[in-house]
Design a protein. Structure first.
Length: 560
């Protein structure tokens, strides 16, 4: 496990850290600071999950404490080992390695049951026979109190007997629940005798068929925290109304936990253009609208990784947005900015042509190949340079030529001169079309006195094009990803209408420098003028696939 004792300055940088420092100063705990991240293994982690992880993990590190990953697996109807493995793998990749501190809510089923029996004996819980519909109706509304269950005054002995029979599987699901005995007139509906155990006829992915009853999340969570010696249970703001129940459970069990943990809330973040709700993500995956949980258009950790986002850029983004008290929305361009800042000085810049158009330099010597010296990264001279072959026959981007230039177009058109990056000035003389009127090749002349780095010319040109030597390239499949949805998700959303079919565009005819022939999966590159790209996890020599991570800042400038 990464050493959490390598803490930086102890000065608080957000309101949660201030709370921790006040507790330390007051001697609130006789144990070290201890935090946790408790995801339910019913889906994959996403960028919002990492926001919560970072808050808890960073606090533990800063105050020389401990951090736990706890898989909150108390609902066998939704959870699976697949998600457990993915969560652990994603956290380690993102730099939040829990080491040996990986726990499971199901580890505590026996202990929670034991404590619950004592709760019943103390008169703090009772078995209720109301049906699910009757129970919901009895809870009242936000403006009217609930009504007591007819079984609220069952004796502890009768409730204990029924609870044990529930555990033994004598009753079908939905016939009985165990409820906490709190206050049906409470203005907080979470405190109106909430159900804390229910009967489920389902095998647990770890416990098998050992249990017929399972604790509810709001009940199990504070007990799990207390068992693990958590001091600060930091969660998102939607759990604020659940805090009184969290505190009630621990107070009722104070005989077992004399120094209970504290729940404190932070504002959840939403990111423009990103879908972070597990329910929505599951619908998109299971409905076939995306290519799995690791689709690069999704903000899942696996999707971000496959898209090419680095853990360094994600951590920089999380540090930049800080910790909010209330729910807030962050523009996704902040995440993209962090990525550009991380890659600009370390991603090699290469030439790739996504939609090739042939260029013939008529006055260039036949059967001649020169090697041009081209820098590997304009931001980092230490990365040196490389040699690129140059010949009479080249390829450029089809969009870089217009037979009749539109206003403001500065690239190649008849009579115009441009620079080929790292090479010569060329002037367009003509274009060849097929029978359908499509441009098939462009003819140019070059000026041998304008080779980059070897001579000086006073002539100026308004555009520099990237290029490749025809026949000296490797074929690549390039995926251009955009925003998945065309609009916001409303109450009556329809994925068929919301999902943008143009959010994934595959360039099947793309060509790249031969230097990319051995590009390893997850290696990052800057494709000159196109943006930053990553070799896909499935990419391999002979079948190269690259995903665009993010466009360059200036790619939207018309005619550049």
């Amino acid at each position: 496990m990464e050493d959490l004792k390598e803490a930086d300055s102890k000065a608080s940088s957000n309101f949660l850290e201030k709370i921790i420092e006040e507790d330390l100063a007051a001697g609130a705990y006789s144990r070290p600071i201890h935090t946790r991240f408790p995801p339910e293994p019913n889906g994959y982690l996403h960028i919002g999950s990492l926001y919560a992880v970072n808050i808890n993990y960073s606090a533990a590190k800063k105050y020389d404490g401990a951090f736990n990953l706890r898989l909150d697996d108390t609902n066998p109807l939704k959870e699976d080992e697949e998600y457990v493995k993915a969560i652990i793998e994603d956290m380690k990749w993102a730099g939040f390695d829990p080491g040996e501190n990986v726990f499971y809510g199901s580890d505590y089923f026996g202990k929670i049951y034991e404590l619950t029996e004592q709760l019943i004996k103390n008169g703090d819980a009772f078995v209720c026979d109301l049906s699910p519909d009757e129970l919901r109706a009895s809870r009242g509304t936000l403006t009217s109190p609930g009504t007591d269950s007819p079984w609220r005054n069952r004796t502890p002995e009768e409730s204990l007997d029924l609870f044990r029979r529930m555990k033994n599987g004598e009753f079908p699901p939905g016939t009985r629940v165990l409820r906490a005995k709190i206050d049906m007139a409470s203005p907080n509906m979470n405190m109106r005798d909430p159900a804390i155990y229910r009967i489920l006829d389902a095998d647990h992915y770890r416990a098998g068929d050992e249990w017929k009853i399972y604790p509810m999340y709001d009940y199990a969570h504070p007990i799990q925290d207390a068992i693990e010696n958590i001091t600060h249970s930091m969660c998102s703001v939607e759990f604020k109304d659940h805090r009184p129940l969290y505190e009630w459970v621990l107070k009722a069990l104070s005989f077992e936990f004399p120094e209970p943990p504290k729940q404190r809330e932070f504002g959840r973040i939403n990111i423009t253009g990103a879908i972070t709700g597990k329910r929505y993500l599951r619908q998109l995956v299971e409905g076939g609208y995306v290519d799995g949980w690791d689709d690069p258009r999704l903000p899942t950790v696996k999707g971000l990784r496959r898209r090419g986002f680095t853990k360094e850029s994600i951590k920089a983004f999380l540090g930049e947005i800080g910790v909010a008290r209330d729910m807030s929305t962050v523009d996704i361009t902040m995440l993209e900015h962090s990525l550009r800042e991380d890659l600009k000085a370390k991603a090699p810049a290469v030439m790739a042509v996504l939609d090739p158009l042939k260029v013939i330099i008529d006055n260039y010597p036949d059967d001649t190949i020169e090697y041009m010296d081209v820098e590997n990264n304009a931001e980092n001279a230490e990365m040196g340079s490389r040699k690129l072959p140059f010949s009479k026959s080249l390829i450029i981007e089809r969009e870089d030529f217009q037979e009749v230039p539109e206003k403001g177009f500065r690239r190649l058109y008849p009579g115009n001169e441009v620079r080929l990056k790292g090479a010569y000035f060329v002037k367009c003389t003509s274009a060849v079309k097929d029978e359908a009127g499509n441009i098939t090749e462009v003819h140019c002349t070059y000026d041998p006195e304008t080779r980059s780095g070897l001579s000086f010319t006073a002539r100026k040109v308004k555009a520099t094009l990237h290029w490749l030597c025809e026949g000296k390239t490797v074929p690549v499949a390039v995926n251009l990803y955009g925003r998945l949805l065309k609009g916001e998700i409303g109450e009556d959303y329809n994925w068929d209408e919301l999902v943008d079919p143009e959010s994934k565009v595959v360039c099947k005819e793309a060509q790249a420098e031969e230097s990319l022939a051995d590009a390893s999966p997850e290696s990052k590159w800057q494709f000159i003028r196109h943006g930053y790209f990553v070799a896909d996890l499935a990419s391999k020599p002979g079948s190269l696939v690259f995903n665009r991570i993010v466009a360059l800042k200036d790619t939207k400038r018309k005619g550049s």
